[in-house]
Design a protein around this ligand. Structure first.
Ligand SMILES: C[S@@+](CC[C@H](N)C(=O)[O-])C[C@H]1O[C@@H](n2cnc3c(N)ncnc32)[C@H](O)[C@@H]1O
Length: 193
């Protein structure tokens, strides 16, 4: 089972000019991005190699920028948020129109949320608290793309791009995006998928 998590980070900085000491403020909630990376990949002594994490950064000064983290290729990533922030800064030094690998397993491009969604292959799932309970959902593919909002959620325009997606809930409570990723992994881990 391959899982791809897609986060829209509506305020996250698109230049390397932010402080690793202030990922929430100066980074435009880059702390959320770093925590999602952590949740997507880290096991206690290993990385999840079957997982990808894509984040569309839409903050200033030059949005959009898309970062794609590929579990099977990742190197130099450690669980702390500052490390992830540092790798994101390196990626933001290398933004070009064509997707470029900035450090092993991290790819950077100018793709928009629309382009990212349109290029996805596999089953599209929109994670939302008002969706169908994940325990009752049959997934039809061995490649599933889970779309998540950040602290502001997704706009109506964003949601209009997800009309064909299954809307799936993992809890009756509204959760943080990084916690959602952990729970989704757990659901599939328990099924050995
Ligand atoms: C912090 S929440 C967004 C909160 C935002 N204020 C809103 O109202 O949309 C971040 C994202 O996590 C996902 N999410 C949160 N709770 C969820 C749940 N119970 N089931 C599935 N996805 C959830 C959604 O994709 C949401 O956009």
């Amino acid at each position: 089972m391959k899982k791809i998590f897609i986060l829209k980070a509506s305020k996250a900085k698109t230049s390397k000019d932010f402080s690793l000491n202030d990922l929430p403020g100066d980074g435009g909630r880059m702390d959320i991005v770093a925590r999602c990376v952590n949740s997507a990949f880290f096991l206690s002594h290993d990385l999840r190699k079957d997982t990808e994490f894509i984040v569309v950064l839409e903050g200033g000064p030059d949005p959009p920028v898309t970062l794609r983290f590929v579990g099977s290729k990742l190197k130099y990533l450690s669980p702390d948020e500052r490390c992830t922030g540092g790798l994101i800064k390196k990626a933001l030094e290398k933004v070009t129109a064509k997707e470029t690998e900035s450090t092993p397993g991290i790819f950077v491009s100018k793709k928009s949320f629309l382009e990212v969604i349109n290029e996805l292959e596999g089953e599209l799932v929109y994670l939302h608290e008002n969706g169908e309970d994940i325990q009752n959902v049959d997934f039809d593919s061995d490649k599933i793309c889970f779309v998540l909002g950040d602290h502001l959620g997704l706009s109506q325009d964003d949601e209009s791009l997800l009309k064909t997606a299954k809307r799936v809930s993992i809890s009756p409570m509204v959760l943080h995006a990084d916690h959602c990723i952990i729970i989704v992994h757990n659901v599939f881990d328990r099924k050995n998928l």
